[in-house]
Design a protein around this ligand. Structure first.
Ligand code: S3P
Length: 175
């Protein structure tokens, strides 16, 4: 395993809504025998509220503050040496401090799924506040991709068995 991962054993999965971060992250953690954490689930449990409700009742800025705090807690656990795969919400690394934090404490992997697949998945689900307006989705995708491209690695995540994507991650020069 590369030295950076030995020192700070965190693998952060980033990418747009619906690219498969949680499904693939869980399967990757299973393969590695590491813990898995979904940042959105952590936010929901710490706030005792769904993400939709946080957005609707308190606004996106409150959600972003909770997200930054949840990420800082996760990174602390990574710093203490607990190996973990963490799936971040699609907007988390748009915040420079969050991006710096994950880049400096492990390895950041962008799951790059084609927009057509993302659009289909997001349209089929109703829990994402920023997925309600499908017209704006493409715009958001285009704004975010350059940031995702700053990840340490880019792994294609087309429509396939999650394990196929996991195998591609396991072939990266990390392990
Ligand atoms: C968001 C993505 C969501 C969630 C929140 C905001 C975003 O997570 O964090 O609804 O800004 O892209 P997923 O990427 O897991 O859907």
């Amino acid at each position: 395993m590369i030295l950076k991962l030995k020192r700070t054993p965190g693998i952060y999965l980033v990418g747009f809504m619906g690219c498969g971060k949680s499904t693939i992250g869980r399967a990757l953690a299973d393969e590695l025998g590491w813990s898995f954490f979904d940042l959105d689930a952590e936010i929901e449990s710490s706030a005792s509220s769904s993400i939709g409700d946080i957005f609707d009742r308190q606004g996106e800025h409150v959600f972003r503050a909770l997200e930054a705090a949840a990420l800082a807690r996760r990174v602390k656990a990574v710093q203490s040496g607990r190996p973990q795969v963490i799936a971040l919400g699609g907007g988390a690394i748009m915040n420079d401090k969050n991006f710096e934090l994950v880049s400096n404490h492990g390895v950041v992997i962008w799951l790059d799924a084609p927009f057509e697949l993302i659009e289909r998945r997001v349209a089929a689900e109703s829990h994402r506040p920023l997925g309600r307006d499908l017209e704006k989705l493409r715009e958001l995708f285009d704004v975010r991709c350059p940031r995702y491209a700053l990840a340490d690695f880019r792994v294609e995540a087309p429509e396939e068995e999650p394990m196929a994507t996991v195998r591609r991650i396991l072939k990266l020069p990390l392990f």
